[in-house]
Design a protein around this ligand. Sequence first.
Ligand SMILES: [Fe+2]
Length: 178
Amino acid sequence: MTELAESPTTDRPRVDPYSASRLAITREFEVPDIHIPADETSSPWVPWGDNAAIRHLAFDVRNNKFTNILWVKGGGHLGVHRHSGAVRGFCLEGTWRYLEYDWVATPGGYVHENPGVRHTLVCDNPSGMKTLFWMEGTLEFYDDAGELDEMMDVFWFIEHYVTYCRANAIPVNPALFV
Ligand SMILES: [Fe+2]
């Protein structure tokens, strides 16, 4: 059995990622963690059409990224759409699926959506569904003729949230703006 050669890096000083200078710089420039409590004042359920609502959790305007929970309250179609960025979804309650696939998202299920793919969200479940989505880029909806019908980016989601807050005397929560 051949013995392993001694690592040529053994005699070199080891990198210390927690050096005093690195820690000081980190403390100076780090951004504190954020917690959004579960109550409606921290972030309300904002109606989206007659059968759905969105609970906004984060708006990142520097990177056009946003996080929210989509609540579809009963059976319904969300329409054909595509994303210009990746989307991660985690099903919290109920069930839903995309017409283009044979899987069904159930509580605990994870979905990764890739940019450019057109898909059609369907919730057959009469009890609806809730899913946490981490989204980036734009969300584009298409009509039956394949024409662009609506394009939603981080500013669409901010407008959705802020307009509702102002109409209902709910303070805009600065913690949502990461
Ligand atoms: Fe999607």
